[in-house]
Design a protein around this ligand. Sequence first.
Ligand SMILES: [Zn+2]
Length: 470
Amino acid sequence: MASRALLILPSAFLSLAVLAAGPQPPPVEQPALRDIALAVSPKELEATDTRLVGFGTRHTLSDTKSDTRGIGAAERWVKSRFEQISKDCGGCLEIITPSQVFKGERMPKDGVEVMDVVAIQKGSDPNRYVVMTGHIDSRVSDIMNADAFEPGADDDGSGTSAVIEAARVLSKYKFRANVVYSVDAGEEQGLYGGQVIARYALDHHWYVEADLNNDIIGNSHGQNGVMDNTSVRVFSEGTRALETPKEAAYRRYHGGELDSPSRNVARYMQVLGEQYVPNWHVKLVYRTDRYGRGGDQTAFNALGFPAVRVTEANEDFTKQHQDVRVVNGIHYGDVLSGVDFDYLAKVTAMNAVTLAAMAWAPAPPLGLDIASDPAPSLSGGVDTAVSWKSPGGDAAGFDLRWRLTTDPQWDKRRFVGDAEQYTLKDVSIDDYFFGVASVSAAGFESPVEFPGATGSFIPSTPPPEETTAH
Ligand SMILES: [Zn+2]
């Protein structure tokens, strides 16, 4: 008895000591995130993409009745994959197929129903959601041609395969936030599938902390001749789509054009991707999408949700939106040989660790504000006071972050425990941008939030009633 008590006591004292010390700073490494990155399988991704290409075409206007060809067969197959993954995790996924009828320039006169196939992994917090999207539909040179060979292996069989693979890997874990895996249709016809899932989220009062949209993520051999299997691009809007003229005026004066919540999700993805995916470089692009282009993330942004677009570092436009053919020795068309599955696995791993980290972390803080300190009788102070409110849940502490106004990444930090305000001595409010991340007891961190309406993960402006004119 005595010796047993002796064995137990030291560890009991140790945990008491930890409790007495209060919340701890986040660890430098989360082994679970390393495991998740390693669990992503190039072979699984290749098998999924091969199956998708095997449906011949996945054009939004293609056959919906056949069991072997067209968008209907492909979407039913994705649903069956989600069902299988759910079976393997004891029913951890709820599968839904939200849809909406759209009319438009690239649609038949009477409109077409666009359906997404969505798996939801329920977390212990019913309100918070992190989303990953890819689009299943494909196209060739003529946008209205629904019945050619339209493999769409990279655009966007790669993104769809990544969404399914993330579901397979992450379904083995339990998270606080709900994780949503959305396979969207109708992207090529007018970004419709993104609108379906974003509108569904809004109608069901989801607090969406991020949509990670993956579109064209599997090719490592650029048309420019560059072979690069170690880099990816993450696009994000600089200022939020829903901003009142008053909020915009405040932001123009105080700064913040680089710090929408979407941009801070992109920064979060860069940090996690470069830490947990070996030999990996994340290029932040300070644009909503490639120049003049669009993707399903824009539908989330339009409704006030943070969202980013992930795309390979060097695209090959001879592979995209092209009839499969050879002209003057150039192979056109989006075929499987244009996808590098080891590269695709890295992009998928970056997504998976980002979703997991965010879903394990608390929500970002609320009501973030900064002020010059001490409140001066002079015209300014030399210290900066930062204040915020805990988002509740399992937020155990907060990580104060700052950077020079011209620096791209939050490179300075101070863990301040469970305080809701902190004064940084001799750090001038004039010279830096400030932000705060919430930290769980296990050390998982939320994305950094920038002060005010500019950076808030919850928009102050109500979203539009209708997504588009139908
Ligand atoms: Zn695409």
